[in-house]
Design a protein around this ligand. Structure first.
Ligand SMILES: Cc1cc2nc3c(=O)[nH]c(=O)nc-3n(C[C@H](O)[C@H](O)[C@H](O)COP(=O)(O)OP(=O)(O)OC[C@H]3O[C@@H](n4cnc5c(N)ncnc54)[C@H](O)[C@@H]3O)c2cc1C
Length: 398
């Protein structure tokens, strides 16, 4: 039997964990929609803090099928909109979560380079930029920020393994079609022709750029973002192009470009956003189709012309993955609008008592979600358990 072609292409890392199969429960204390970093971290944390509670993750496809299994694997602090009040130290928190959950994912905190075509006087200390690439001007290092890289396949596998070891169930190929909010929230699922229903006391929506209507995320921008892999290069080539220190990099001006060197000296490069032809449904995008193919061609040409040492390099993979952002570039971490509405209805209108709200939506990290999704996923678990407040800066737009 031939393997089915992935319309979003295949990244180079492997997800080496298959969850155990379970009979579907009829009721749960906590239901999590989405088996990426956010949902899997939240599931592990819920069971770690409250082992007596029932927790299940419902994943429409396979764990890591969304951005988490396809991400570039660059680990950054803060959010795409910079630091936020009360956010805390994302990188230190991320490291501590990995330790507590015993997740091994080749995480290395090397620092990351911001690169740009412009150079201000304050950036004169980087006159000796190790990078001088030809890309609509000369790209140079203008700043170094805390950060690093990891193996995304190992992070997905490690978080899923931790969730299962702590007693959470993971149901792959179980799509949540909708949630009935009239009384106790009821999840309507679809799985291989059947339509089971499950009630849940509390829900976390962690579906990222897919299922926006169910998540209550109107007015956001879902896109497929593209990445390519160039074949392993020699240490001499890495030295020539300035990447011998293995620091991941991203541009702070346009045209956008990001990337990092993997352990086998192959290089991940990323740039380009593709929109769905039809009503924001990214599942309809095929990266082999004309628009994406042209964007991949442009990206490869840019890489080949960055530096003479790269002009003969070959590319071995092309893939894309979903990202979601809003105009402010701040992640969304808020009560689900329906959860607030049904609470007000139950109380005869008006009440905003967070202790009895029953659903949180978390996502929209833009291209800045590797560490943040795990970090905020555990925070969401604490909110759902009533042990912590939501941040002030992450409310849904009215
Ligand atoms: C190509 C690419 C490169 C990136 N590079 C970086 C980077 O280098 N550094 C960085 O910090 N960030 C990067 N990002 C962003 C980062 O990967 C994401 O922010 C992060 O993975 C989001 O995790 P998540 O769990 O919230 O979402 P996802 O991983 O997308 O998980 C959501 C899951 O929900 C499932 N789902 C959707 N609808 C339903 C439903 N109705 N029922 C059940 N399941 C459902 C999906 O199948 C999916 O598995 C990149 C993203 C992409 C796509």
């Amino acid at each position: 039997m031939t393997a089915r072609r992935d319309p979003w292409g295949s990244p180079p890392w492997r997800i080496s964990f298959t969850p155990q199969r379970h009979k579907l429960p009829s009721h749960l204390d906590f239901a999590i929609i989405g088996g990426g970093f956010t949902g899997l971290a939240a599931a592990s944390w819920l069971r770690q803090l409250a082992p007596e509670k029932s927790v299940a993750v419902f994943e429409a496809a396979r764990i890591g099928a969304g951005a988490s299994g396809r991400t570039g694997g660059m680990v950054l602090g803060e959010t795409a909109a910079g630091n936020q009040p009360g956010l805390g130290d994302v990188l230190a928190g991320f490291r501590s979560i990995l330790e507590k959950l015993k997740v091994r994912c080749d995480f290395e905190l090397t620092g990351a380079w911001e690169i740009a075509r412009h150079q201000t006087s304050g950036e004169a200390k980087h006159q000796q930029s190790p990078i001088a690439w030809n890309d609509s001007g000369t790209l140079r290092v203008v700043n170094e920020v805390p950060g690093g890289a990891l193996d995304p396949g190992k992070l997905v596998s490690g978080l899923a393994r931790a969730a299962q070891c702590h007693g959470a169930q993971i149901h792959e190929n179980h799509r949540v079609q909708n949630v009935n909010w009239s009384t106790l929230p009821e999840l309507h699922l679809s799985s291989r022709g059947s339509q089971p229903k499950i009630t849940a006391a509390k829900i976390l929506f962690a579906a990222n750029a897919l299922s926006l209507p169910q998540s209550g995320l109107a007015g956001m921008h879902p896109r497929l973002t593209l990445a390519i892999l160039s074949q392993p290069v020699s240490e001499k080539v890495l030295a020539a192009i300035g990447l011998a220190p293995r620091k991941p990099f991203y541009t702070v001006d346009f045209p956008y470009l990001w990337g990092r060197v993997r352990r086998d000296r192959s290089i991940v490069w990323g740039a380009g956003l593709v929109q769905s032809p039809d009503a924001d449904d990214l599942e309809k995008v095929d990266v082999a189709a004309e628009e994406s193919a042209a964007a991949f061609d442009r990206l490869e040409q840019r890489v080949l012309h960055l530096h003479p040492a790269l002009e003969k390099v070959k590319f071995t993979r092309r893939w894309g993955g979903p990202i979601l952002f809003r105009d402010s570039w701040k992640p969304v971490f808020d009560w689900h609008p329906q959860s607030v509405a049904s609470e007000a209805t139950r109380k005869g209108g008006g009440s905003e008592d967070s202790a009895s709200r029953n659903a949180v939506v978390l996502g929209a990290y833009a291209g800045h979600g590797v560490a943040l999704s795990t970090y905020l996923g555990t925070w969401a678990a604490e909110v759902l358990l009533g042990r912590r407040q939501l941040p002030q800066w992450s409310a849904l737009d009215p």
